[in-house]
Design a binder for this molecule. Structure first.
Ligand code: BV8
Length: 243
């Protein structure tokens, strides 16, 4: 058995596109309806909490109408069967990776199905509407907000992400435009530490030139093929020659 490489996978809105969840920066994208400054900044929340809470309530409610696609399922299979270190870092706030079965997963930009207390920092699972000034069950303050990392706020789990990038042998970016930092810089960090780098995206991202290899096409087609190929040397069904 060859020594399995450590793998870090970064996903963005493109991995959920074929499940019917709008991406952000394409035509008709999520931001199309709103200016980012109006819905995804601390200033927007202070200025118009009702608009921001409503924007995330609508997206949370829409989760009931979508299912994981073949890309989510392939990544969950890889997570389950990969004998080495593996971490899926998603920028997405939907729950499709989890619903497909992924376990070694973290949401660096927060989650629709979670609420955050702006007063005490408590995070709680949240499935329904979240009106402004909802009371926190932990501290009592009327300060529950969408558990979303807004622009200008610190993404979650940066220490864990940096540690994974510094020891990974293969960094794969799937379905992201490379428009948002620090996520867009992970490929450079991984390459600095010697990782091979692969991009799978519908079109070249802003950082395509930073990747050793780019595969253009829909994630629901390319990701299952990539996972199959990656697992072959480690699958129990493979021929003894490949051990
Ligand atoms: C921070 C919330 C400090 C959740 C989001 C100037 C220079 C550099 C940086 C900055 C700067 N000015 C400000 C910054 C920092 C800022 C930033 O990057 N701004 C950008 C706009 C320049 N970043 C921040 O503020 C971050 N915090 O920096 O704190 C810090 C710094 C370092 C270390 C610690 C702390 C916080 C950023 C988080 C903001 N929150 N969203 C939500 O509402 O969903 S960002 C938002 O964009 C989403 O999270 C989304 O995930 C993210 C990235 O978008 P994508 O996922 O890539 O989606 P997009 O639509 O753009 O692209 C989709 C792609 O998929 C396309 O390429 C398309 O071709 C492809 N695709 C489509 N269909 C398919 C497909 N691919 C495959 N198959 C398909 N079928």
């Amino acid at each position: 058995m060859i020594d399995p490489p450590n793998v870090v996978i970064l996903t963005g809105a493109g991995v959920s596109a074929e499940s019917g969840i709008a991406t952000f920066r394409g035509p008709g994208g999520l931001w199309e309806g709103h200016r980012v400054e109006d819905v995804c900044t601390p200033e927007a929340l202070a200025r118009d909490a009702a608009l921001v809470h409503r924007f995330y309530d609508l997206r949370r409610a829409a989760l009931a109408g979508v299912e994981p696609n073949a890309a989510h399922r392939a990544l969950a299979r890889l997570d389950a069967e990969w004998p080495g270190e593996l971490l899926i870092v998603t920028q997405n706030v939907d729950d499709l990776h989890e619903r497909a079965g992924a376990k070694r997963l973290l949401h660096m930009h927060g989650e629709l199905k979670s609420a955050l207390c702006a007063a005490c920092g408590a995070r709680r699972p949240w499935a329904d509407g979240l009106p402004p000034a909802t009371a926190c069950a932990d501290c009592g303050a009327a300060a529950m907000r969408p558990d979303i990392v807004f622009f200008g706020e610190m993404p979650y789990d940066m220490d864990r992400i940096e540690a994974a990038l510094s020891t990974c042998d293969l960094f794969v970016s799937i379905g992201t435009s490379g428009a948002v930092y620090p996520a867009a810089g992970f490929v450079q960090t991984a390459a600095h530490w010697g990782a091979a780098t692969l991009e799978i995206n519908l079109e070249p991202s802003a950082g395509s030139f930073l990747f050793e290899e780019s595969r253009m096409g829909p994630a629901a087609t390319l990701v299952p093929a990539w996972v199959d190929a990656l697992l072959t040397p480690y699958s129990t069904q493979s021929s003894p020659m490949s051990r």
